[in-house]
Design a protein around this ligand. Sequence first.
Ligand code: ADP
Length: 668
Amino acid sequence: MKSPFSIPRPIPEGPWRWLVPVLLVLLFLLVLLWLPWQARQMESNERQEQLIADTLWVEQTLRFELARSEEALATLGADLALTAPPPDVLQTRLAQMLKTGHEVLRVVWLDADGRVRAMRGMDLPAAGLTQSSREAAAMSRTTRTGRYSDPYGATGLMHGLVDFHLPLYHGRTYAGSLVATYNLQVLLDENVPWWFAQDNALSLLDRDDRVVARRAAGGPGRGVYTHKRALDLPGASIVLATDSVKGAPRLLPNLLVGSVIVLALGLVLSLAALWRHIARTIAAENALRQQMAFRTAMENSLLTGLRARDLEGRVTYVNPAFCRMVGLPAEELIGKKPPMPYWAPEAMADYEYRFKKVLAGEAVPQFETVFQRPDGERVPVLVFEAPLVDSAGRHTGWMSSMLDITDRKRAEELARQQQEKLETSARLATMGEISSMLAHELNQPLAAISSYTAGALNVLARAGDANGTGDAAPDTGMLRRALEQANTQARRAGQIIRSVHEFVKKREPRRERVSIPQVIDGIRALVELQARQSYVTLQVDVPAPLPPVLADRLLLEQVLLNLTRNGIEAMQGIDPERRVLRISAAAEQGRVAVSVTDNGHGIPPEVAERLFSPFFSTKAEGMGMGLSICRTAIEFHGGTLTHADNPGGGTVFTFTLQEAQAQQADAA
Ligand code: ADP
């Protein structure tokens, strides 16, 4: 049936429901962790590249400085090769060399035989030029180009020295050489800008990777970002090594990693909360679905018709019982506004009156009405209206429940007919009783009249004989005729009375084989109806195999109805929960006994005395014929009707009838 509420399909259970979001979250976490690492990597690459560029720049600077110095030396050499200047000019020019480049420690002019012709700056060591310097000199002479020696001097700071040998030629003849000695430490100190030295530890390394000069204004390098670059000096192998004082990038990744962890934790926590929430939602949804299924099943199995309407009287819901009642499917009812398709034309005014009240917000709480099915059949119903209030306490419409009271109406009609029949037969029986009584009472006076008239006629006859004529006096003739007439009429009246009496006496009931359980079943609906109206519980205790009796079924029914009605009426004054009426039957010694037991007010002795007398009643509206007729009826059947006190309070009325076989055997 259509319901105003609908629940979505259940979410499919299984691992897939969670797999995708979990995988996505894991992926997200991975990306979050990878990002800082990637950022760190990029930053370190950037720093490395910066270091390389800076190192290159420093190398260029150093090369440039040395090249400038080489050039100045070459100019001087060219002049010296042509003509030797006067000593003071020579000294000035040599001094010039030292002044323009602080890294130049000394300048020596050697002749073709290697003897010192002029010198300026630091003294030559006693041992003369070092081995490497001499090799460089020889090499320069062979290649006819300037050559540097390998660094020499004590390893360590301030001791890295290199010699530059510039061969001098006069035409094609070797004319000696110019030797400039450079202090590599000064070269570094003078030519590397302070900001670079602040950020990087710089060192110059020889062929064996020994440090020959170092500058580290900002402290030792961390060894994270390093770069080496050969100075590319002809003849010498000197490498410029830079080592950044900066360590691996820390702060940013730490921050990033920290926030990633916090974010991830938050994510996991919220995911868990979401998980819990969803689990709860699903559980609630399942419970709701079960409730809905239960309610729908309940509504569908109800015999009571249910109908919901909104405040404008439009039908919003009907249950199957309602549809059955009016013989229309739900689709034809839902959404409809009055006039409704099941309204019967004859009750239109009623419906409209009640509908007006509904619109005014004051529905009639309970009423009986009639609905019409499509085939024209009328269904009497009992309707209960109640306001429909939503969860927020708002009045949203009306809920009606209806009972099909066809059966009840039928039972009431049956009861009415039974009652009528009962009353008719009661009247008939009373008439019979009265006729019988009259016949009995009138028979004697009529017989007496007849005897007296016969006596009088005899007297007259004897008087006629006595006067010898044999005739009576003429005036006695009339008297005799009159007496004869009176006698005839009295006899006739007696006969009429007798025949009436005979008729009443001989009115034998129509006897047939009757099963007591069937008789009880026949009146059960009627008794139940009366019992229900008086809040009495009916108990029937009849063993199924009960021998049949020969009786007039209708009379038996009336006896039982009388007894049960008296029992119900006797219990009006006691608590409803104690109002129990019991019909029981049993077979004993060839007789069937039927008892009607109540818990009512009982029968006091003065009432008991006159209980079966006609027209005796203790009830304001009682006719007082019931028990009298019952007894006559039972006695007609050769049975007995007795009463006794019920030990638990109240009265037991019992009638006994002979079993059918026993009765037939007796008759035989
Ligand atoms: P009515 O019921 O019309 O009064 P009845 O002949 O059926 O006539 O009953 C006569 C009287 O017997 C009743 O008025 C009532 O006082 C008494 N009586 C009958 N049945 C019972 C009973 N089960 N319990 C108590 N009193 C009863």
